[in-house]
Design a protein around this ligand. Structure first.
Ligand code: ZN
Length: 146
């Protein structure tokens, strides 16, 4: 299996069976996100304590890229500090917009590296992250990628 095929498998897997899908009862940050270009919508539930993301869940619907990206994000950020998350997002965003090898290990997020070749899908892949950023900043407005 080539790396490209492996990445494809991860996206299909997470798109069909998203991890951490549902609501979170003890969430102290709840944030809606919307990508009108594609119609992707999600609701993010974050339980944050002393700058650490203890738990995170999401629900919503959208294209396979947006769902897979949200699912992978929840796996990556659980247990991380808001500062580490910010660093991850910056590196991930750079990867998607430049297509160049990231300066840090992005783990499973690399599955979305192919999105760099499709600029219109970058918003699908970053919706969950923009929503997360707003959630942690306690910005209660619906996030729109527009
Ligand atoms: Zn989309």
């Amino acid at each position: 299996m080539s790396l490209r095929e492996l990445y494809q498998e991860i996206i299909i897997d997470h798109g069909k069976q998203p991890r951490n899908f549902g609501t979170l009862e003890n969430a102290n940050h709840v944030q809606a996100g919307h990508n009108p270009l594609c119609g992707d919508k999600l609701m993010l539930y974050v339980c944050e304590e002393n700058g650490l993301v203890k738990d995170v869940c999401f629900e919503g619907n959208g294209c396979a890229i947006s769902v897979a990206s949200a699912s992978l994000m929840t796996e990556v950020i659980k247990g991380k500090s808001t500062q580490e998350i910010e660093t991850f997002f910056t590196a991930f965003h750079d990867l998607l917009t430049t297509g160049q090898e990231p300066s840090m290990d992005l783990g499973k997020l690399m599955a979305l590296s192919g999105v760099a070749a499709f600029p219109i899908r970058v918003k699908c892949a970053t919706l969950a992250w923009h929503t997360l950023k707003a959630a942690l900043a306690n910005d209660n407005k619906t996030v729109s990628t527009e």
